[in-house]
Design a protein around this ligand. Structure first.
Ligand code: NAD
Length: 335
């Protein structure tokens, strides 16, 4: 079985010491900062002539925030090494994170090159925003250890990573990567199947395209669109997702009542995105899925939790805004 043969020499996710980051721009640099803050040794490689300077500046800029969040024991920005070649960067790595530009031909060649140079059994994660691993792994000799590990910007602050393999990825590599990211402090969604844009980007993209339509048609301004999110649903989405939020819109009747009551509005022109047919199966799947997320909490409990969290988010934002205003006043006073 490939599972057993390839697991023999593999480092356990909890024993990883050295992470290689290939490509060190906005996202690769963010990964470097994250792994350093979690106490790993990090080796980076990026072909741009000014890459090391940009990378060290990014890590320095992120470090105060990471200190405020709390560093792992022994974590230090000095544990970053920039390698002269890709082969040197991955040679001693227990895990490789690829964050090169989003071009399919480049990713195909680069992943094949990383695969050739990385020690056997080492899992390689790609930060791609939208390509499937199936289309990226075609040139690699050992595609079974290549997975997508899709982060959100900045990777050193946003916890979510979406993990999914391609047709030639073996299950052990997906589970290994998911476990490693968890140990490394990330929140993981392990996807069962490939989906263009994964999950988070599809939700974000739906809102983004509707925003572009509204601006193109003169229906709303950029400022109005952004404020509808930051003063509206954005506050709720920080802690209850869109499904749990709508569960509460159904009152005591929850998701079932919400769908039965507002189902017909799926036919209203409230968005350019066409709604799926609200079949009995879809309704029941939404209700069952929401029940799982609710996990026995009563509507009253959920409302109490929502209100507490919303107040916490609003207070935290007010505190940051007050600090910024005080700082601006101090700087204005000096000028
Ligand atoms: N920016 C985002 O918000 C975001 C979010 C999630 C995922 N991603 C994904 O992360 C990846 C990197 O995006 P980014 O925003 O950091 O781009 P970027 O342009 O900031 O960084 C890309 C880096 O890759 C380097 N590079 C160029 N050719 C290379 C090669 N052959 N091998 C290795 N490195 C190479 C460049 O010098 C640059 O430093 C992309 O796949 C992107 O889709 C981006």
């Amino acid at each position: 079985m490939p599972e057993q043969s390839s697991s023999a020499a593999r480092t356990a996710p909890g024993d990883v010491r050295t992470v290689a980051c290939i490509g060190a721009g906005v996202i690769g640099g963010g990964w470097v900062a994250h792994f350093l803050a979690r106490g790993y040794d990090v080796v980076a490689w990026d072909p741009a002539p000014d890459a090391e300077e940009r990378l060290r500046a990014l890590v320095d800029a992120a470090w105060p925030a990471l200190q405020r969040l709390g560093l792992a024991e022994g974590a230090s920005a000095d544990r970053l090494r920039v390698a002269a070649t890709l082969a040197e960067a991955v040679a001693g790595a227990d895990f490789v994170q690829e964050s090169a530009p989003e071009r399919l031909d480049l990713k195909r060649d680069l992943l094949a090159e990383i695969d050739e140079a990385a020690p056997a059994g080492v899992v390689v994660g790609s930060s791609t925003s939208g390509y499937s691993m199936t289309e990226m792994q075609v040139k690699a000799a050992r595609p079974e250890r290549l997975v997508v590990g899709h982060p959100f910007n900045p990777p050193y602050l946003v916890p979510l990573v979406e993990v999914v393999g391609g047709d030639s990825t073996e299950d052990w590599a997906v589970s290994w990567a998911a476990e490693f990211y968890r140990v490394a402090g990330k929140e993981v969604i392990e996807m069962d199947r490939e989906l263009p844009g994964f999950i988070g980007n599809r939700i974000q993209e739906a809102a983004w395209r509707e925003a572009l339509h509204m601006v193109a048609n003169g229906e709303a301004t950029v400022e109005q669109i952004d404020r509808s999110m930051t003063a509206g649903m954005g506050l709720r989405w920080a802690f209850f997702g869109p499904c749990l939020t709508f569960h509460l819109a159904g009152g005591e009747g929850g998701m079932a009542h919400m769908l039965d009551h507002f189902g017909p509005s799926l036919k209203s022109p409230w968005t350019r995105l066409e709604a799926p047919e609200l079949t009995r199966e879809l309704r029941d799947a939404m209700v069952a899925g929401t029940d799982e997320v609710v996990a026995g909490r009563s509507t009253a409990e959920l409302i109490e939790q929502r209100d507490r969290r919303m107040i916490a988010v609003m207070r935290a934002l007010a505190e940051v805004e007050a600090e910024e205003a005080a700082q601006a006043a101090r700087e204005g006073g000096r000028g």
